[in-house]
Design a protein around this ligand. Structure first.
Ligand SMILES: [Fe+2]
Length: 199
């Protein structure tokens, strides 16, 4: 086994049978990878170099909740998954990002990948919820302004922690609007993979 996107997807599917949890991993991966691409661009990387830079971001997204279905407790998630990935030889940068997405792991969010994964986790779920209430169930019909409005509606998607979305934007050093826009655009561009392309 290698340590690329297809290996991560294979692991996600092996550990997770729930369709919605798989989709969550894919959505978070798409958003986190988008930040990998933005960072690659900022660093002046292009082509294959930019692809290689962004791939671990995509993997961290796919793998971050890999163990959640089997090991949902705070004692086990994401530690069991990370332990397994470490045995397989996955890079520590990816493992640290997975650990740091959990508030209680004690691992600080320092690297750009660690920050991006945390920032995208709740937002990807929220954007999915925003798409699913559209008559078309399409992410293509979701707009940034509507998302911001729904964030203020406490009854909507109440399990999604708003402070993690706003805190994520702060961690990345960008306005909330820009963060929502980046993730929305990334999910819209790959709506087919998410099953959110509408009818
Ligand atoms: Fe997650």
């Amino acid at each position: 086994m290698g340590f690329g996107r297809s290996d991560a997807l294979q692991l996600l599917e092996e550990w997770t049978k729930s369709e919605s949890l798989r989709k969550h991993g894919i959505a978070v991966s798409i958003c986190t990878e988008a930040y990998g691409r933005l960072e690659a661009e900022r660093l002046g990387l292009r082509g294959a170099e930019a692809d290689a830079f962004a791939e671990p971001y995509a993997c961290a997204g796919l793998l971050h909740d890999m163990d959640y279905e089997r090991h949902p407790s705070l004692e086990e998630h994401p530690f069991v998954g990370v332990g397994h990935l470490r045995e397989l030889g996955w890079p520590e940068t990816v493992l640290n990002a997975i650990l740091a997405h959990a508030d209680y792991s004690g691992v600080a969010r320092e690297s750009h990948m660690e920050r991006a994964l945390f920032a995208c986790d709740e937002l990807a779920g929220f954007l999915t919820a925003c798409a699913l209430v559209k008559p078309t169930k399409s992410i293509l019909d979701v707009e940034v302004a509507g998302v911001k409005k729904k964030m203020k509606d406490k009854a909507f998607a109440r399990a999604v922690k708003r402070e993690d979305i706003t805190g994520g934007a702060e961690l990345l050093g960008i306005p909330l609007e820009e963060h929502v826009g980046n993730c929305l655009k990334a999910m819209q561009e790959r709506s087919g993979e998410l099953g959110l392309a509408g009818s």
